[in-house]
Design a protein around this ligand. Structure first.
Ligand code: NFS
Ligand code: SF4
Length: 627
């Protein structure tokens, strides 16, 4: 067993770009060159274009915009708008899932696969469950969830999952998120021309908007996806482009909403469809995924992961992709023109993400079955249009065990229990590993990859360093896929760990990097941290746990960053959130927020230093606890 290196990824990509050159395809590697150097004002966040007296940009000579706003106000407003974009996006995804749950029916396209979880949430929310038909209950819970988006009074229901101390902090500092849509609206209101220009106020609202995502929209997205499609449990799969099969019809699902990808997987498995594929000259059908929708179906069905964010073009460049089917978010508009260089069908399905040069097959809960069938059929019929001379699938893949929901982690760690005091089915065994020092702590590795950082390298190198130091990793999003591609989710990766983590991996039969799902599933990490803190009688901020997004790029990632620090977890970034132009904003984000939420950001572009800083922070927290 050997980990795959980033050099090997890059060699595979280089080979694919040769194919691209033959057909005149563009690629992000070339566009990056055209965009470099980037605009300095933009990078520092000091450009304001929120009214047409501007655009104004702050320089030494021009320290204020036309309205008189200083650099701190401009950077702060930009930061808040960025966060609001991310919060809106995750939360709207969560809302779609609420609607899917609302549409579930015994004889419909969508069923309730985890009724126990539904009942648990209903009880948590004070909804009567006794003697109720499960679908009546699903409708009631879904409607209650939908109300979380616009209710006029009160704060998010799921906040009660946090330790009391956390809830008190939120209340005291006016950070407890109210209705989700209100927090997004309020953020846009505050950052309108002539409203807030005080950085403290803008950052506070960014945290509140972030929290409405993490403990609101994203958490509902995760929980109701589990209710509909099943709560993930450990399952075997594979990752990297080598999961595509040359002789098969290759359908790639890309985006975020499992409502689409689940249905595609369902029909691609249909014997009738497989027979049709054979009729058309293929040996079968392979569904693989890109980005978070890939994480969703990998976690629940073991569907292989073709790659993460910056690998989306590679999938088409294999020349063996019959259809790339997308729903929402993180989809390169480049896929339109790129697909035209090949036989690939680029199929968009959501009114939220419409793109030129795509075929739009509108997907909704009522017609999901029909539409999924149509999409699978379209892909099959496209198999004969392949240009064999363009087909090249890099034979690069690694095995991965995925599916570590919070529930699954708790269950797996029962395996490390041998003393009497450990209670099965709780986080106590994990806490004991941490207290005894067998594990030094945990890092939540999340987020995208980004051409600003050599793609995947920061994720993989940091994970290797952390596991060697007996720090267990929970991962999600494109970070998780980087780990899987490298082989760090193979149980044999225990051999690159320190002795303590290796022992835990053996006893619990887990890989050292645990795949917790998509980016909305970072809500699972919140629940895990909250449970650990409650079981240990500590504040979340006291746990030797940190968050890290070394290659992040999207607005969603900033929303996540805000709710992770907002939940008391120090967060380490490898990319600056366009805030470095304001000394006051830098001070607040890296220090000032501690006063409200007991956590802050660290931004460090040097990977070695970033890793060292995380380890130091974990050791500092241990020392404070006297462990
Ligand atoms: Ni997260 Fe998932 Fe990936 Fe980044 Fe995009 S796919 S929601 S935003 S790029 S990790
Ligand atoms: Fe310029 Fe102020 Fe208008 Fe921004 S709000 S563009 S700083 S005048």
């Amino acid at each position: 067993f050997k980990l795959t290196t980033v050099e090997e990824f890059e060699a595979a990509t280089a080979r694919l770009l040769e194919t691209g050159a033959k057909v005149g395809a563009d690629a992000w590697q070339f566009r990056v060159k055209n965009q470099t150097p980037h605009c300095k004002f933009g990078e520092e966040g000091v450009c304001c274009r929120i009214c047409t007296m501007g655009p104004c940009r702050i320089t030494k000579k021009a320290p204020r915009g036309i309205c008189g706003c200083d650099v701190h106000g401009i950077v702060g407003r930009n930061y808040l708008k960025f966060t609001a974009g991310g919060s809106a996006t995750h939360s709207d995804h969560g809302r779609e899932i609420c609607h899917t749950l609302y549409e579930s029916a015994a004889d419909g396209c969508y069923k309730v696969k985890d009724p126990d979880k539904l009942i648990r949430i209903a009880k948590e929310w004070g909804i009567e469950t006794e003697g109720k038909d499960i679908y009546d209950l699903a409708h009631e819970v879904a409607e209650t969830g939908l109300m979380e988006y616009g209710k006029p009074f009160g704060t998010q229901r799921f906040l009660k999952r946090a330790p009391e101390s956390q809830q008190e902090l939120w209340e005291k500092n006016e950070l407890a998120p109210r209705a989700i849509d209100r927090e997004v609206s309020c953020s846009l209101h505050m950052s309108h021309m002539g409203c807030s220009s005080k950085p403290e106020a803008l950052v506070k609202q960014a945290i509140r908007a972030g929290l409405s995502d993490g403990w609101g929209g994203s958490m509902m997205g995760t929980e109701f996806s589990d209710v509909l499609f099943g709560t993930p449990k450990p399952i075997e799969t594979e990752a990297n482009l080598g999961v595509m099969v040359e002789d098969n019809v290759n359908i790639v699902v890309h985006g975020h909403d499992p409502s689409l990808s689940e249905m595609i997987c369902e029909f691609a498995d249909d014997p009738e469809m497989i027979a049709y594929a054979k009729e058309q000259g293929a040996k079968g059908i392979t569904v693989s995924g890109v980005c978070c929708t890939s994480n969703e179906v990998a976690m629940r069905r073991g569907i292989p992961m073709a790659g993460n964010f910056l690998q989306q073009e590679n999938v088409v460049l294999t020349g063996a992709c019959e259809a790339i089917v997308v729903d929402v978010q993180c989809i390169f508009p480049a896929l339109g023109p790129l697909s035209k260089c090949f036989h690939t069908k680029f199929i968009t399905t959501s009114p939220i993400a419409q793109m030129p040069d795509s075929e739009f097959i509108r997907f909704d809960a009522h017609t999901a079955g029909e539409k999924a069938k149509l999409i699978v059929r379209t892909a099959i019929e496209n198999f004969k249009n392949r240009k064999p001379e363009l087909v090249h699938i890099p034979q690069l893949k690694q095995k991965a065990t995925v599916g570590y929901s919070t529930e699954a982690i708790v269950k797996a760690l029962d395996g490390v229990t041998n003393s009497q005091v450990d209670e099965l089915g709780t986080t106590k065994p994990l806490l004991e590993c941490i207290t005894s020092g067998v594990l030094r702590g945990a890092v939540a590795m999340v987020g995208c990859n980004n051409p600003r950082v050599r793609p995947d390298l920061a994720h993989i190198e940091l994970m290797k360093k952390l596991v060697a130091n007996d720090i267990i990793i929970i991962a999600s999003g494109c970070s998780a896929q980087a780990a899987a591609k490298a082989g760090l989710m193979d149980k044999r990766a225990k051999d690159v760990c320190g002795a303590g983590l290796k022992r835990v991996c053996e006893l619990a039969d887990i890989p050292p990097v645990l795949h917790m799902g998509s980016c909305v599933d970072i809500s699972r990490m919140l629940v895990l941290a909250a449970t650990l803190a409650k079981d240990a009688g500590l504040h979340i901020s006291q746990l030797p746990v940190v968050g890290c997004a070394p290659e992040w790029m999207s607005e969603k990632a900033v929303s996540i960053g805000n709710y992770v620090i907002g939940s008391g977890i120090d967060t380490f970034l490898g990319v600056d959130p366009y805030a470095c132009g304001s000394s006051e904003m830098v001070e607040i984000l890296t220090n000032g927020t501690k006063e409200w939420v007991e956590a802050a950001f660290t931004v460090e572009k040097d990977i070695e230093k970033l890793g060292d800083a995380m380890i130091a922070k974990i050791e500092e927290k241990r020392a404070a606890l006297g462990i």
